[in-house]
Design a binder for this molecule. Structure first.
Ligand code: OAD
Length: 267
């Protein structure tokens, strides 16, 4: 590991008041989940246009639910790793830490729940729940969550963890209120990101540090969160085995896996 880089990053972290943590699929790679663009990435084996767009769902809801049901099962069978847990502990131990994720796997939430069980009072507010003032979910899940659904008719959203029976359209899950077809509460390509991104951008304006973990930083607008922090005078620390478009803007780039690097950075 890059000892000097870790030291520099720790120094930036200790001086920062407000810290925005931006994570992507790479943080969950160490829990065993596939990323999107790596050698075995999901977008190497599946076509986003056929699975992750409103048009795809309208065309073949069974196929789309089959894919999300499979991903839900994969995520449910994984555990938060040392990086998720270290970040959850950081958020409990220090004020001013906000976790913003592009991931839909729910692992930040599960890490927060585990840490909440260790610190029953301190963790309040950092567990995934609806924030009273903003309606935002903490951690901020920019692209939605595999374990939530949204009604295609009445729009109700709620947690849903049951296995998906995608054998036929008739067996797909239906709304608990109006019995219409449910869809995954995921932001698909071509859809707006909702208020979570607005909250993230307004926090980016105030952040002293953006800690970017495990994202290729090629999907907008999420990738711009780090750029906004930089433009507003804050610093970027990046954790990723590979360089990304943010590397040249980062004060420190730590090359390595999240589960190894992040705990040494934040503990
Ligand atoms: P990507 O698959 O694009 O990038 C994953 C990043 O994680 C890469 O930069 C890898 O180098 C890095 N990585 C791999 N293993 C790692 C490890 N052990 N520790 C740390 N980093 C590691 O995933 P995202 O950037 O999250 O959107 O992709 C962004 C969005 O594109 C996703 O949210 C998804 C996708 O299309 C939607 O589905 C809407």
């Amino acid at each position: 590991m890059d000892a000097q880089g870790i030291e520099n990053a720790r120094e930036l972290l200790s001086r920062a008041g407000a810290v925005l943590v931006l994570t992507g699929a790479g943080i969950s790679a160490d829990s065993g989940l596939a990323t999107f663009r790596g050698a075995d990435g999901l977008w190497r084996n599946y076509r986003a246009q056929e699975l992750a767009t409103p048009e795809a769902f309208a065309e073949d809801p069974r196929l789309v639910w089959e894919w999300y049901g499979m991903r839900r099962e994969a995520a449910a069978s994984c555990e938060p790793n040392a990086a998720h847990l270290a970040l959850a502990r950081l958020a409990v131990e220090r004020n001013g830490i906000t976790i913003v994720t592009q991931n839909v796997d729910g692992l930040h939430t599960r890490a927060a729940e585990q840490v909440a069980a260790e610190h029953p009072t301190a963790a309040e507010g950092q567990i995934a729940s609806t924030d009273g003032d903003t309606g935002a979910r903490l951690p901020l899940e920019l692209h939605g969550c595999l374990f939530r659904v949204r009604c295609t008719q009445c729009g109700e959203r709620y947690g849903h963890r049951e296995p998906i029976d995608s054998g036929s359209v008739a067996t797909l899950p239906t709304c608990r209120s109006c019995s219409s077809m449910l869809r995954p509460d995921i932001v698909w390509f071509g859809e707006p990101l909702g208020e979570a991104i607005e909250i993230a951008f307004s926090m980016a304006q105030e952040a002293d540090l953006c800690l970017v973990v495990g994202t290729s930083a090629v999907v907008q607008p999420a990738a711009s969160i780090a750029t906004v922090v930089r433009q507003a005078g804050g610093s970027i620390v990046e954790v990723n085995p590979e360089p990304t478009p943010l590397t040249s803007l980062a004060a420190v780039s730590l090359r390595g896996g999240a589960a190894e690097v992040v705990p040494s950075l934040v503990s």
